[in-house]
Design a protein around this ligand. Structure first.
Ligand code: G3P
Ligand code: CA
Length: 264
């Protein structure tokens, strides 16, 4: 008989982004308030080389950049310095109570997680736009103490949709756990298992058959590959992917998911 599996971990997607503006310190605070230990974020780089936490490659959707810099269309993250970005309001779009919330630096984001003892699923977002961001990110993590044994053993995973980027992270810091975002063909999984510890598909791809195929392989740390799936915001889907055997569920409403999977 198949061994019953543990309830999957719940990961707050861009922080608890169903309740607070995504990828802000307020979204980390909210995840903590909900009792969620794992937080996902998206890391990009400013014009002057600073690492910041934001999902889109432009600033328009989640800030008031168009008001402050009307002539700087298309408002790419990489065209603005950190000083300029710090003038932006990254909270009001979500709700007036978040007015004045800033786009955090990676450094600040890590500090907030450390305050709560939280874990980080760090996504390198569109790394092709930022040559060398793998090295920059690992350097920043090292400086902030996130590459010590305690963090690399259980508090940090670096993931990306970009296979080459994850391969680089693995080569540069093999002690760090990594994840590939996407659904490689099962016949290709062996190749991925050389450099990634996780295969993280969208929830519609997280079938039992696919999850079993991933689990059958061992990753670079000689443990079975894991599956964290995204983005699940309702109880029924959470139970479905939990039944398929996933190891983690990434959610904008992590409280809903956590409650659903604890009950199964
Ligand atoms: O962590 C999975 C998920 O974040 C990937 O999609 O677009 O929300 O970064 P996206
Ligand atoms: Ca992400």
């Amino acid at each position: 008989m198949r061994k019953p599996h543990k309830a999957p971990l719940t990961v707050a997607h861009r922080g608890a982004s169903g309740y607070a503006p995504e990828n802000t310190l307020a979204a980390v605070d909210k995840a903590h308030e909900l009792g969620i230990e794992w937080v996902e974020n998206d890391v990009q780089r400013t014009k002057d080389g600073k690492l910041i936490v934001i999902h889109d490659t432009t600033l328009s959707r989640t800030t008031d950049v168009e008001e402050h810099f009307p002539d700087r269309s298309p408002w790419k993250v990489s065209d603005f310095t950190l000083k300029e970005i710090r003038t932006l309001d990254a909270g009001s779009w979500f709700g007036s109570q978040y007015k004045g919330e800033k786009i955090p630096t990676l450094d600040e984001f890590l500090g907030r997680l450390d305050r709560y003892g939280q874990e980080l699923l760090l996504e390198l977002k569109s790394p092709g736009l930022y040559p060398g961001i793998e090295r920059d990110t690992l350097d920043e993590l090292r400086q902030q103490g996130w590459l010590d044994r305690r963090h690399t053993r259980s508090k940090l995973i670096i993931q990306s949709f970009d296979k080459a980027s994850i391969e680089q992270v693995h080569q540069q810091s093999p002690e760090v756990k990594t994840g590939f975002l996407g659904t490689p063909k099962t016949g290709d999984l062996k190749e991925y298992a050389k450099f990634t510890d996780q295969i993280n598909p969208t929830y519609t791809d997280a079938t039992k058959e696919y999850v079993d195929a991933v689990h059958a392989l061992k990753g670079p740390h000689n443990k079975p590959l894991e599956v964290f799936t995204w983005t699940v915001n309702d109880a029924d889907t959470a139970r479905k992917v939990a039944d398929a055997g996933v190891d983690g569920i990434i959610s904008n409403k992590p409280d809903v998911v956590s409650d659903a999977v604890q009950q199964t």
